[in-house]
Design a protein around this ligand. Structure first.
Ligand SMILES: [Zn+2]
Length: 262
């Protein structure tokens, strides 16, 4: 099993989907608890809800393996993203609901984590970095969209209900302010969803690492709530009727991002 799926496109836009993979390698399955095997915290169905990516001339890098194997949106050295907030680790030991992901005594060792970095984390990042550099060389700039979704209520991480669309630009440091402003305006124009920027979600490791407007790389994260396209409980069913409106909104936003230039 490849560690990511790659589709090349000619436009300056790259879409990264690090948390939608559901594959668990057999040796890891044997160590996981039932909660681990249930992979509840997957960014479910993003390939389906972002169906515009099939038609738009954009590059897509999508993880195939579960975030429980290793989290591609965390630094490999395990340092925290949000000081003072609870968050999940590079190799998470617990679910968003606080359940242990491994059977007792089967938690990954430092050696195991290092091996997972080598096998799964590094190839995704090598590909992403090389793709951004090649698009930047061709167009003079590149845009990176890091696509995520999460349940609208996760008491461990935030109070109440999350807004529908949460853009993250590391407080305007990861992308040109004009791009972020246009995307927010486009999302607000439809009036279908609540939209915020740089609130609880400011962009994770991918957005913060690659986004560097001075070097011509503009990165933006979209964290969106799952209730606008699926059931937020097992078996995590896609709701095609509800999802159609969100897919249309995403198509408008991605078209804008693919055609944007500084
Ligand atoms: Zn995610």
């Amino acid at each position: 099993m490849e560690v990511f799926r790659l589709k090349n496109g000619a436009s300056p836009l790259v879409v990264s989907i690090p948390h939608s993979g559901t594959y668990l390698p057999e040796p890891i399955v044997a160590q996981l608890s039932d909660a681990g095997k249930a992979i509840a915290d997957t960014d479910w169905h993003l390939n389906e809800v972002y169906d515009c990516l099939d038609d738009l001339d954009v590059t897509v890098i999508a993880a195939t393996h579960s975030r429980y194997v290793i989290d591609l949106n965390r630094p490999a050295d395990g340092s925290p993203l949000y000081a003072g907030h609870r968050e999940t680790a590079l190799c998470p030991l617990g679910s968003f609901a606080g359940e242990p992901l491994y059977r007792p005594g089967c938690e990954p060792t430092v050696e195991t984590i290092n091996e997972r970095i080598r096998q799964y984390w590094q190839p995704y990042h090598d590909q992403l970095a090389a793709t951004l550099e090649s698009l930047r060389a061709r167009h003079g700039f590149a845009v990176l969209w890091d696509a995520h979704s999460i349940r609208s209520r996760v008491p461990m991480f935030f109070d109440g209900v999350l807004p529908d669309l949460n853009f993250g630009t590391n407080q305007s440091r990861s992308c040109d302010y004009a791009l972020a402003k246009q995307l927010v305006a486009e999302a607000e124009r439809s009036g279908r969803y609540s939209v915020v920027s740089d609130q609880r979600f400011k962009g994770g490791y991918i957005t913060r690492t690659y986004g560097n407007p001075a070097r011509g790389i503009h990165a933006i994260q979209l964290e969106m709530v799952q209730k606008n396209y699926m059931e937020e409980l097992p078996p995590w069913r896609l709701l095609p009727g509800t999802a159609a409106g969100l897919s249309e909104q995403l198509r408008e936003l991605l078209s804008l991002a693919a055609g944007w230039h500084p």
